[in-house]
Write a protein that binds this ligand. Structure first.
Ligand code: PMV
Length: 309
């Protein structure tokens, strides 16, 4: 029996634009998903017999990487699925690591990140490797269409390519506000693509989001939370113009802004979650709760996928 765990993540800047090869920054947070795997006489998930056919991530991982017999799989998570915090990436990376360890092989980050990206792409369509690479590496990553310092790996897909880098981040406290609305990533990514295909203005917004992320990298280096917060607000406005915000996200963001350096949606949007960068996390969490959301106060600087003792 092996248990592996992987962190959730928040995208600090650059979601959606990253699908087009623009720069984005994603940070692993101290909410983890654990996946326990053991050999069994039939496939089961969380104690229920399961063909796994309806579970594209587990099924994809087994199809591509498991040659042994049936498995009994248990998952448990500190954060809800469909919340924009990266549960599909965390389930995929932790399950891959657990299977690999059952085969007596070492867990190589690059192998996990590449394999998980393949599986997520099949399940989600036009995904970028941002979620799977953050879940694998932990800490924080910069994803870019160009090579920078601290390169971890390089991933290519059709005409697009991404260079994934380690990103040193200062210790930060963020508050995540889950709207309770589960919005699948695929259709939102497809919506932005349709908009960008027919509209120059949308394409310019995508480049502008990339510019904001590049400015954000400098803020992290200089520990400049005030400027980073302002960038988050600008990023959110552009994401709203692209059509991926919603009333609940805007309501939470407006309510917490007087108590935060900045706030924005995180992940695909359309529901899911927002984040606030703040030095008053308890107050911000209370506001989110009063508005009907589920708050999580999270910290950065956490490890990526790993085998639990
Ligand atoms: O699946 P989510 O909600 O964490 O969103 C991922 C970020 C997107 O840029 C919207 C999609 C992608 O694959 O990069």
């Amino acid at each position: 029996m092996v248990t592996a765990s992987a962190p959730g993540k928040v995208i600090l800047l650059g979601e959606h634009a990253v699908v087009f090869g623009q720069t984005a920054i994603s940070v692993a947070v101290d909410l983890r998903l654990r996946c326990k795997v053991e050999l069994s006489d039939k496939f089961s998930l969380n104690g229920q017999q399961h063909s796994l056919r309806g579970h594209p991530y587990l099924c994809g991982a087994i199809r591509s990487h498991w040659k042994g017999g049936p498995l009994s799989i248990f998952t448990d998570s500190d954060f809800p699925s469909g919340s924009g915090i990266g549960s599909s990436a965390a389930v995929t990376t932790s399950f891959l690591a657990a299977m690999r360890s059952m085969e007596g092989k070492a867990i190589e980050e690059e192998w996990v990140a590449r394999s998980a990206f393949e599986i997520e792409s099949l399940a989600q369509g036009r995904a970028s490797p941002i979620d799977t690479s953050t879940s694998t590496h932990g800490k924080a990553v910069i994803i870019d269409g160009k090579k920078r310092e601290n390169l971890l790996w390089h991933i290519k897909r059709d005409t697009r390519e991404w260079y994934i880098h380690d990103c040193p981040v200062p210790q930060m406290t963020l508050v995540i506000g889950f709207t309770g609305i589960s919005a699948p990533t695929g259709p939102l990514v497809a919506k932005v693509k349709r908009y960008a295909d027919k509209n120059t203005f949308a394409r310019e917004i995508i480049v502008e989001i990339g510019d904001i992320s590049r400015e954000g990298i400098a803020c992290l280096k200089n520990n400049d939370m005030e400027r980073l917060g302002r960038l988050m607000v600008r990023d959110h406005k552009l994401l709203a113009i692209l059509g991926v915000s919603c009333n609940e996200l805007d309501k939470f963001i407006n309510a917490v802004l007087p108590y935060s350096y900045g706030a924005k949606l995180t992940g695909a949007g359309g529901g899911g979650s927002m984040i606030a960068l703040t030095d008053r996390p308890e107050q911000v969490a209370e506001i989110i709760k009063n508005k009907g959301g589920t708050p999580f106060i999270v910290r950065t600087g956490v490890p990526g996928v790993k085998i639990e003792d």
